[in-house]
Design a protein around this ligand. Sequence first.
Ligand SMILES: Cc1cc2nc3c(=O)[nH]c(=O)nc-3n(C[C@H](O)[C@H](O)[C@H](O)COP(=O)(O)OP(=O)(O)OC[C@H]3O[C@@H](n4cnc5c(N)ncnc54)[C@H](O)[C@@H]3O)c2cc1C
Ligand SMILES: *[C@@H]1O[C@H](CO)[C@@H](O)[C@H](O)[C@H]1NC(C)=O
Ligand SMILES: *[C@@H]1O[C@H](CO)[C@@H](O)[C@H](O)[C@H]1NC(C)=O
Ligand SMILES: *[C@@H]1O[C@H](CO)[C@@H](O)[C@H](O)[C@H]1NC(C)=O
Ligand SMILES: *[C@@H]1O[C@H](CO)[C@@H](O)[C@H](O)[C@H]1NC(C)=O
Ligand SMILES: *[C@@H]1O[C@H](CO)[C@@H](O)[C@H](O)[C@H]1NC(C)=O
Ligand SMILES: *[C@@H]1O[C@H](CO)[C@@H](O)[C@H](O)[C@H]1NC(C)=O
Ligand SMILES: *[C@@H]1O[C@H](CO)[C@@H](O)[C@H](O)[C@H]1NC(C)=O
Length: 531
Amino acid sequence: MAMGFSLYLFLLFVHLALCCSWIQGQTLPRKTTSDVNQVSGKSFDYIIVGGGTAGCPLAATLSEKFSVLLVERGGSPYENPLIMENKNFGLSIVQTDEYTSVAQSFVSKDGVSNLRGRVLGGGSAINGGFFSRASEDYVKRVGWNKDMVSDAYMWVESRNAFKPKLTPWDYVAELSLLEAGIFPYNGFSLDHIEGTKIGATIYDEQGRRHTSADLLTAGNPNNITLLLNATVTSIIFHKKGNRNETIVRGIRFIKSDGSSSQTHEAYLNTQNNSRSSTGDVILAAGALGSPQILLLSGIGPQKHLNKFDIPVAVNLKCVGKGMQDNPAIAFVPEVADSKPKNFPPDSPKVIAIADDFKLIVGSMILPISFNATIMLISGKLAFPESEGQLELNSTDPRQNPSVTFNYLATEKDMAECVKLGRLLEQIVRSKSIAYFLGVEGKRRNESMSTDDELRKLCKNNVGTFYHYHGGCTMGSVVDKNYRVFGVEGLRVIDGSTFLESPGTNPMATLLMLGRYQGIKILQEREKMLKH
Ligand SMILES: Cc1cc2nc3c(=O)[nH]c(=O)nc-3n(C[C@H](O)[C@H](O)[C@H](O)COP(=O)(O)OP(=O)(O)OC[C@H]3O[C@@H](n4cnc5c(N)ncnc54)[C@H](O)[C@@H]3O)c2cc1C
Ligand SMILES: *[C@@H]1O[C@H](CO)[C@@H](O)[C@H](O)[C@H]1NC(C)=O
Ligand SMILES: *[C@@H]1O[C@H](CO)[C@@H](O)[C@H](O)[C@H]1NC(C)=O
Ligand SMILES: *[C@@H]1O[C@H](CO)[C@@H](O)[C@H](O)[C@H]1NC(C)=O
Ligand SMILES: *[C@@H]1O[C@H](CO)[C@@H](O)[C@H](O)[C@H]1NC(C)=O
Ligand SMILES: *[C@@H]1O[C@H](CO)[C@@H](O)[C@H](O)[C@H]1NC(C)=O
Ligand SMILES: *[C@@H]1O[C@H](CO)[C@@H](O)[C@H](O)[C@H]1NC(C)=O
Ligand SMILES: *[C@@H]1O[C@H](CO)[C@@H](O)[C@H](O)[C@H]1NC(C)=O
């Protein structure tokens, strides 16, 4: 034991001495850096853009056989207690700034405030941590291989999913869902099944968050070069004479802090001086980031690219189309004056899947500032029809593109929202909640809202569960293997490829997707070698 320890110290010393400029972090790959010069001009088998929810498991999986460059615009989550500790749940999204906060805010053209992760771990570093698999029906609809999907979920769950400990409020919320008639009661389950259930969480028993970044060491971390605090600006194509081809050569990137306008490049390894690489550049920059990078690279609708003087590489009309966000509404239950107003933050753990999977409802206690929280009974439409689009608003990759979701634009969505409102009202007025919050006496006399009132509420108060997706949807921007149409050596693997959200909260499915597609790429390469 003692010998093992001193050997370890010795190795650590050598390690530090050899690469003093790499950032040291127990859980990060050895070759992690924020110094763009250490990566500039280098070549890799695969380049992944975005160290988010899908990007990290994908990088880990490809690293089992290949060298991988993973570029993330934000920093490491590990030193940030607002991200890592359950007692600080929600605090990382309370304050945002334009270029450095780990949560980047954006307001869609619909006027709804929204958020994106800007840190290694992406959405999984700032989200509610609620972990639930997609339904079998969804897996079938997308056309995924059921067994590979199941293996990939298990690979993720063995590291990142935990059974939560319920707080008194969670128990009350659970009772209120059952009181509203959302049955059966399924207890703790990873599956997306009708009724009321307790889902898994990425916070462990000690209250520590396990973001997707924890997966980076699950492959061969020595094959991963992780570049943090660098923003990818565009994709580089090979040139033939003075013509640009649509064969991908690499990526361009800048420092995220804006301290220098200098652009750097990294490349894909090629074989025998041919133009083709066997690896790919893979975008995993999320539903806003991936379509944005395609557009900045000249892959998108010609008319739109012309507006920004971006030379057209591929006139791919559907880039930025099919943007969806699940409309959400929330009620704040009344709390008696005699009760304390500020409950501690409480991440979502109990959820109800109602009305033939169309409505998802749950509860959480969210900070609204560093010293105040709000208790919410909220719900979303699982499968809205309404969709919108994403367009560039600037050629600066550090700025948000402009997005419209067209929440509740169709009558069907509006009618479902009214249903959701009625259900939420029933839950908020349940005996369980009224008793817990000391308003039992007041409860019975209040009449329920009318349809008209609920329509107004939906129209004026529609919000988000942050499950937005689309922009590089399968079938119009990428094929079944997530390859971008009309370009060689380019894929997109993240929430931008979803035609619909997995019904439930999407994080678990995006973690799974990174692993699943990584395995498929490894298998594809193995087949190629045999031929
Ligand atoms: C506040 C909030 C709460 C949520 N709660 C839950 C929940 O409880 N359960 C659940 O299942 N889902 C939840 N979600 C949704 C879920 O987290 C997201 O759907 C999911 O994380 C998206 O994964 P992704 O891989 O598509 O993108 P992301 O995880 O967003 O990854 C994209 C990554 O790319 C990086 N990037 C973007 N552009 C560039 C660029 N140009 N160069 C370099 N890097 C770039 C980003 O910084 C980011 O790290 C929540 C989301 C939010 C925002
Ligand atoms: C990746 O790791 C494997 C296993 O350690 C090793 O055999 C392989 O050479 C590495 N590949 C590259 C390209 O670094
Ligand atoms: C990376 O960026 C984050 C966020 O702006 C910052 O906190 C961190 O210090 C940066 N890291 C380095 C090594 O520059
Ligand atoms: C080729 O690509 C470069 C950079 O992307 C661009 O500056 C140039 O205008 C393109 N040329 C053509 C002919 O499209
Ligand atoms: C590269 O060249 C070597 C030796 O000339 C040859 O054996 C190999 O098949 C070539 N590989 C490819 C992918 O063309
Ligand atoms: C919360 O903090 C703000 C400033 O950060 C302060 O103005 C306010 O009085 C505080 N409220 C409570 C209830 O402590
Ligand atoms: C687009 O950019 C302009 C100027 O930078 C800004 O005023 C505007 O709010 C942006 N629009 C959107 C939708 O982001
Ligand atoms: C409820 O209504 C009844 C009859 O209208 C009234 O007597 C009673 O005071 C009301 N209770 C509360 C708590 O408002």
